[in-house]
Design a protein around this ligand. Structure first.
Ligand code: PGA
Length: 252
């Protein structure tokens, strides 16, 4: 079984001061947790303070995006070199809010992904269909396209892919178990087609309205290698209970 990975995406919540308090609570909440990779991705402006708090704990940290060049005239972007220096493990790439609110294309996501992988950071490549694509029966086509373009320049697969149906993010509408399983299987098949055996180790996470009340059903599935958690990762108590329940189901 692949090792469980559960990562919190804090989006544009927290300032350095509130991120510090949340990180302190999270550090305490996960003392003694085993058999799971835990991470949090605060806004870039809070990474330094979160790194100070979490260093030496069993919670890693990461960023919500990274640019495809080491440095240059790229106002507003964040470099992989800076993230490495801040001790980041993860970088979320191609999140639906980046794609749909800020217009990032599959090509841009691919360039970011390739650079992040060469930099030695662990990418979490997000893919997912919109509500319209699902209702028109185009879910698989959307996933295939996003995966294919993003992995064009790669020699090996990304370490982590997160399946995040756009309509499930921040809406309270989690994907049905069978739909999650079908999407995860489809993603793995595409990765195996492209990267052969190397794709077996890729962890496929689910994201989209994961909560303490609904994580157990997903975690019992052999298709789910973890979760990317938005809203519910902003409270140490709910993030802890998501991870505790997921671990409990996997051990049954
Ligand atoms: P949500 O967000 O858990 O608040 O739905 C998930 C995400 O955006 O990664």
């Amino acid at each position: 079984m692949r090792r469980l990975a559960i990562v919190g995406n804090w989006k544009l919540y927290t300032t350095p001061a509130s991120a510090r308090s949340l990180a302190l609570e999270i550090r305490e909440a996960f003392v003694g947790f085993k058999d799971v990779d835990i991470g949090v991705c605060p806004p870039a402006t809070s990474l330094q303070v979160v790194a100070e708090v979490l260093r030496g704990s069993n919670v890693a940290w990461g960023a919500q995006n990274a640019h495809w060049a080491q440095e240059g005239a790229f106002t507003g972007e964040v470099s992989a070199a800076a993230l490495k220096e801040l001790g980041c493990t993860y970088v979320i790439l191609g999140h639906s809010e980046r794609r749909h609110v800020f217009g990032e294309t599959d090509e841009m996501v691919g360039k970011r992904l390739s650079f992040v992988m060469h930099s030695g950071l662990v990418p979490i490549l997000c893919v997912g269909e919109t509500e319209q694509e699902r209702s028109e029966g185009k879910t698989e086509a959307a996933l295939a396209q996003q995966l294919q373009v993003a992995s064009r320049g790669l020699d090996g697969p990304p370490d982590i892919v997160a399946y995040e149906p756009v309509w499930a993010i921040g809406t309270g509408r989690r994907a049905e178990l069978a739909d999650m399983e079908a999407a995860h299987r489809f993603i793995r098949e595409r990765l195996v087609e492209r990267f052969e055996n190397k794709a077996k180790e890729v962890r496929v996470l689910y994201g989209g309205s994961v909560k303490p009340e609904n994580v157990a059903e997903l975690a019992a599935s052999g298709e789910m290698d973890g979760a990317l958690v938005g809203g519910a990762s902003l409270s140490a108590a709910s993030f802890r209970s998501i991870i505790a329940r997921a671990l409990e189901r996997r051990r049954l």
